[in-house]
Structure formats: structure tokens, C-alpha cells
Design a protein around this ligand. Sequence first.
Ligand SMILES: Nc1ncnc2c1ncn2[C@@H]1O[C@H](COP(=O)(O)OP(=O)(O)OP(=O)(O)O)[C@@H](O)[C@H]1O
Ligand SMILES: [Mg+2]
Length: 454
Amino acid sequence: MGHSPSVSGSLRNRLVLSLIGGAAILAVLLFFVVRNYAAQVAQQGQDNILRASVTSILDAAAIREGEVEVDIPYAAFSMLGTASDDRIFHAIYQDARFLSGYPYLPMAAGRGRESTFATVSHQGEAVRVVTASRVLIADGKRTNVRVALAQTQDALSGQLEQISKNAALLGAGFFVLAILLSFWATSATIGQLKRLTDAVTRRGPQDLSPFQKPVPSEMLPLVTSLNSLMGRLDQSLGQSEDFIAEAAHRVRTPLATVRSYAEATLQRLDKEENRQDMRSMMRAIDESSRAAVQLLDHAMITFRSDHLERQDIDLAQLVDELVVRLTPIAEMKDLTLHYESDGPVPYSGDPILIQNAVRNLLDNALKYAPIEGTVTIAVSATPQVVINVCDSGKGFPDGELETLTSRFKRGANAEGTIGSGLGLTIAMDVASAHGGVLKLSNQPEGGACAQLLF
Ligand SMILES: Nc1ncnc2c1ncn2[C@@H]1O[C@H](COP(=O)(O)OP(=O)(O)OP(=O)(O)O)[C@@H](O)[C@H]1O
Ligand SMILES: [Mg+2]
């Protein structure tokens, strides 16, 4: 728990970025396509007028007395004149001979009546030029009349500028719309993931049942493996709980049997060295029973703490029962158990855990307090729910207060006593599972005090 996996980027950002990136490329493409198409259409318009003009000029051409005469009809120029300030140039040739107009006007390549168009530079300006020719026959002689008509492109480039502006606006509008859409699409997609996350988060810690709600097909594998993981977890959790209880029973019983045999044998031994060996053996048995009990208790406590089941209990009564149960053991050591409480102390917690914690504190008081001492146990509800166990011994060893709650940690004063160094660890784990703390202190007049603050 508390271990959070490292983050590698964000799905939302990745989606939004790729959608926006795609939209940007499309917007630029849209801009160029629209502009080019519109520019083509505009150019077509100018070309049509030029063609009509050059055709009307050619139509008006005639041969009079062997000389080509071209009257530029008014209609030809009035058509072209509509285009703002654009200037018009023309050049007329009879066969290869220049007749009138601008002699240096470039011609568009091409032959016959067909009009050919080109954009060329004339007098330092870009002009659109159309060239067409016509064959006139007079006195049985063929004469070729060729006309070039050019127009500057001021109006067209103004038009183009306008078109570009509109195309840019169109592209930008498309882009903005695409951004909005990509945010919407991303939220809708991520929303599905978030719904699943919420469903997992909302679950109680004991709830390991499979997910039933429908999910998008892409998420099905995830949910399926999650379900199977939870199934296995549920099964193995149940198994470990049973296993711990079973193990405790199976270890304790034979050890107790072995110990009683050893005790009986000790009675029958006469030789001092044999008796010594048997005492060492019994001590080893005690050590291993204690270690087994504490290890299994610790396992059970870790297990129960992981999914704490609280119930309403009276701490005063719970502690009282424990005191009653331990009184015979205290009496064997000539210790007095002094229990104080002022009425019931209602609390919501796991009674088995709390009982275990208090029993370990009492164990310690009985174990480390000198013969004929007093152990004071106090439970109170105000100002805070607290269970106090204080004894009249030498107290916790100096400088070790901070470390005694560590696993398997025994103090300098523990030499010669049976123990595994897990008692205070258990008490602390129980306290923190309930959101409380275990506080250790030494009284000024001597004696150790352990406090479970909930
Ligand atoms: N009431 C006490 N007075 C003096 N020292 C104590 C007291 N309670 C605990 N200690 C010290 O703290 C150490 C850790 O206590 P803890 O209960 O965790 O382990 P333990 O009693 O040695 O073993 P066990 O797991 O069997 O309880 C003890 O070894 C002892 O040195
Ligand atoms: Mg102990």
C-alpha cells in the first residue's frame, strides 16, 4: 500500500496532441487547396474576358486594298475595362510583320485560331497575355493576322489576397472547431476509463467481487484480468486466514506436549548435568513456542489490519476481561494488577486486534516488572480514548525507546527472559490500523508506561 506507480505521460494529453496535430495539418492543407482552387477560378474569369476580347478584335479584322486593317472594337475594351485600374496592351502582326500596338509585348506560344494564354513579364509587371490568330483571304492570297492582348493583374492579385484571407479564416475556423471536437472526444474517451477507476476506488477494502457493469470492448481485457486477479486474491486471502489459524493450532499443541514430557523427565533425572541439559531443552522449547505464537499473531494482525472490520465495543469491558484472565499469572509472580476505569468506553474497532495489543502490553509488564510490583491498567474516554499500562519496574532501557517497536527488536534488559521481540510491534500495528499510536515512556519515579492512543 502507498506505493504509487510512476507516471509515463498522459493519455489525455497524447490524444489531444495527436488530434490537434492532425487538425493543424488538415487546416493548412485546407488553406492551400481552397486558395489554389479559388485562384484558378479567378484566373479563368480573366482568361475568359481576354479570350472574348481577342476574338472580337480578330473578328473585326479585314483586308482593304491588300492591307490588313484592324479596328479595335469598343466592345473589346469595355469588357476588359471593368477590371479596376488594370492596364491593357496589344500587339498586332500581319504574317510576321508588326502592324501596331506594343512591339515588345511577349507572345504566348501557339498557332491557329485557338487562343493560348501565358503569364509573362512586360515593362516590369506581370501580365496575362492571350494570343490568337486568324487567316484572312483576299484576292486569292492568304494573310495571317495575329493578335496578342495583355492585361495587368492588379485586380486579380487584389482578388487573390481577399481569397487567401478567406481561406486562412476558413482554415483557422476549421482548426478551432477541430480543437473543440478533440477535447470533447478525448473527455468522452477518458471518461470511460475514469468511470472504471471510480468504480474501483469506491469499493470497500473487503469487496473483491468481480466487475459486472458493461465496459467498452478495448477495456474488456483489463477488466477481465482485474476480475481474475481479484478472484485469486480473494481465494488466497481466505486461504491465508485459515492457514494462520490452523498453523497456530498445529504448532502450539505438539510443543506443549513436548514441554510436558520434558518437565516430567526432569523430575526423574538425578544427575545434575542431565538436569541442566533438560532445563536448556525446556527453555529452547519455550523460546520456540513463544516465537511461533508471536509470529502467527503478528501474521494474523497484519492480515486483519489490512482490511479492518470495525465493530462497536466497550474498551473498559474488553480490558477488564483480559485483566481477569491474567490475574492468576500475575499472582504466581506476586504481582498486583490494578485496574482503573470510569465507566464504559465505547469505541469502534476490531476487538480481536485490540485484545491482542493489550495482552502484549500486559505480558511485558508481567515479564519485566520485579516480583511484588504493581501493574496499573487504566482505560479512559476523555479527552481521548486511551489504554494505559504502567508498571513499577526499571522501565524501558535508556536510549532504546525509539527502537523497541521494531520487529524482532529486544531491549538490553531482555536477556534471560523468553521473548521474540514482536509484542510492541504488534501493539503499534494495531494502534496504527485504528488510526492511533503507541506511546512508550518511563515514569519519573521509575517504571515503564505504554499507552495505546486511539
Ligand atoms: N514493561 C517493560 N519494562 C521494561 N522493558 C520493557 C517492557 N516492555 C518491553 N520492554 C522492552 O522492550 C523490548 C521489546 O518488547 P516486545 O514486547 O516487543 O518484545 P519481547 O517482550 O522481548 O518479546 P515478545 O515478542 O515475546 O513480546 C523487550 O525486549 C524489553 O527489552
Ligand atoms: Mg513482549
